[in-house]
Design a protein around this ligand. Structure first.
Ligand code: SER
Length: 564
């Protein structure tokens, strides 16, 4: 069964059972607290926690999707039989429509009846001091398949939730076929707080995730995901690469590179851009004809992923290659001179030549045997601390922690306040334009922990009614708890989004655009060119009041606003 059929069968199976089929969201998540989309449930978080209404948005309490996903945590595993960075995740979800009985029966029927596979065994949560054992799931499994072997496991394997952050969570049941974990079914009964405490969710939900590549592997009776039709056409182009592991890494990274670029990520030294850069540089360092693989990726995945554009992907890859080629040669020469490659050396390679850890590790061969990613990261963190300390010294130890010209904060506490006021300032500009018209443009802004001061173009004094209206629109947006998100993109592209910017200012070729969006309606309340920082959600701001409105010069007004 080819993978195209598996995708179709999956979505049809759930559609026939009352699920709304929802398109994949972007690899760049709306939630600014995560770097890349790692699971299908991410776009549905507001429905799990009762912040959005699935009936209104999907016409059903149940959805199904095939989500583009990326797991940085698996990067060192890539090259074995079944790990990937980028993968497609099949998932069905319920927000109060059904729970354990249906979720388990659906999974069982899809695998055994629809695909004709044999389940090897399943696992259920064994319970611990915080959460009881999931005997109910074990009972349900016995009911749907009296022959199935049920194993029990603890937190590490059978409990899913956000790490170090807040979010829906709960016990899981996992399905294994041919010694491979195929399907993870999460019963979101709780909301996990970042301190580890749990609260019951009002409506328990279902979140499932099944990697298409692993499913294709067992459905096509292959030993590795790289032998499936999702990868075979890529690997066949690499017949001159002797090392099987390298072939797999190139194929995995090529897919990831193509998909990341298509969702708007560009190579950089931070965040998602840095992940992309590392993947690109590793492939470049191998020195094989990577462009033909990227082309093949587009041919192979252009259906159903029409966002994959060959010219953009190749151009970005060539640009990065041009930047990195020379430094790589110098870096490799340095590596060759060393007898032992330690973490400080690896960091130096990164710092001076932009050579990523994995490349240094591989090119170092036996001389880098004892080099670990952990030690490298420690070295990295040490360096960041040193440069932060340097910045603090520059401000005399009690100077400013943050000074962007627009925002000033002396310590962490002030930083939090000016961040809230900064988002409030964006909302203020949008509110002024909604009340007074599009003639209003920012003419200056200065934000301290006491207040935001905002200058804007407008020909006359505001009436008390106008001030009250602006305040109402502004606080309405705060109470509505709108989502604050940003994208980095080329200047021209940013301008085309209609984002506000200052024609007088000089911008770099790539800029950040911050949007304040109502998740429920998709309405964009505010969109501006901006370097940040901002809050994640507008309710974090709290109520704001306009303290003063005055003229500063002909045609320019000034508002001071502060927290109530
Ligand atoms: N969120 C779970 C996972 O990622 C199930 O989708 O495994």
């Amino acid at each position: 069964m080819i993978s195209k059929e598996i995708r179709e069968k999956y979505l049809n199976f759930f559609k026939e059972r009352g699920h709304a089929v929802v398109p994949s969201s972007s690899l760049i998540p709306d939630d600014p607290s995560v770097l890349l989309t790692t699971a299908g449930m991410q776009q549905f978080k507001p429905y799990f926690v009762g912040k959005a209404d699935p009936m209104k948005d999907f016409g059903s309490f149940n959805t199904a999707s095939i989500q583009k996903s990326f797991r940085t945590s698996d990067i060192d595993e890539v090259g074995d039989e079944r790990h990937l960075t980028f993968f497609e995740m099949l998932g069905n979800f319920s927000f109060g429509g059904y729970f354990k009985q249906e979720a388990i029966a659906y999974a069982h029927d899809f695998l055994t009846k629809e695909l004709g596979l044999t389940i090897q065994y399943v696992t259920v949560f064994e319970g611990d001091e915080q959460v009881p054992a999931d005997d109910e799931s074990a009972r349900i499994w016995k009911g749907v398949d009296s022959f199935v072997e049920i194993k029990k496991a603890g937190r590490a394997d059978n409990f899913w939730g956000p790490t170090g952050k807040e979010g829906p969570c709960g016990p899981t049941t996992e399905i294994y076929i041919a010694n491979t974990e195929i399907w993870n079914i999460v019963f979101n009964e709780y909301y996990c707080r970042s301190d580890g405490t749990l609260e019951n969710l009002k409506t328990p939900g279902v979140d499932t995730g099944m990697g298409l590549e692993r499913l294709a592997m067992v459905a096509q009776a292959k030993q590795s995901i790289f032998q499936t039709d999702l990868f075979e056409p890529l690997l066949s182009l690499l017949s001159d690469v002797a090392d099987e592991r390298k072939k797999r890494i190139i194929a995995d990274h090529a897919r990831a590179i193509a998909f990341l670029i298509s969702d708007g990520v560009r190579p950089s030294n931070k965040g998602a851009g840095y992940i992309l850069r590392r993947l690109m540089r590793r492939v470049i360092a191998y020195g094989y004809e990577a462009e033909s693989i990227l082309q093949r990726v587009v041919q192979l995945y252009g259906m159903p992923y029409s966002e994959l554009k060959e010219d953009v992907i190749l151009q970005e890859f060539r640009n990065e290659k041009e930047k990195f080629q020379k430094a790589l040669e110098q870096g490799v020469k340095e590596i060759e001179k060393m007898n032992v490659i330690t973490a400080p050396v690896a960091f130096q390679m990164y710092q001076s030549f932009g050579v990523p850890f994995e490349v240094t590790k591989e090119f170092g061969g036996t001389r880098a045997q004892s080099l670990t990613r952990d030690d490298f990261e420690k070295e990295f963190a040490k360096h960041q601390e040193i440069s932060r300390a340097g910045r603090e010294r520059k401000f005399g130890g009690h100077g400013l922690l943050l000074d962007t010209g627009e925002l000033k904060a002396a310590n962490e506490e002030e930083l939090k306040i000016v961040t809230r006021l900064h988002t409030a300032t964006h909302l203020l500009q949008a509110s002024l334009r909604k009340v007074l018209g599009d003639g209003v443009r920012q003419a200056g802004s200065d934000i301290t922990a006491e207040r935001t001061r905002f200058d804007f173009t407008f020909p006359r004094k505001l009436t008390p009614d106008e001030i009250r209206d602006v305040e109402q629109v502004l606080n309405g947006a705060i109470e509505g708890d709108l989502n604050v998100e940003f994208r980095e993109m080329p200047f021209e592209e940013a301008r085309a989004t209609g984002a506000l910017y200052s024609p007088k200012e000089k911008y770099p070729s790539r800029v950040k655009v911050y949007s304040v969006v109502d998740e429920k309606t998709g309405e964009v309340f505010s969109r501006e060119f901006c370097g940040g920082p901002h809050v994640g959600h507008t309710a974090e701001i709290g109520r704001v009041k306009i303290m003063k409105e005055e003229g500063v010069s002909a045609g320019t007004r000034r508002i001071r606003a502060a927290f109530l």
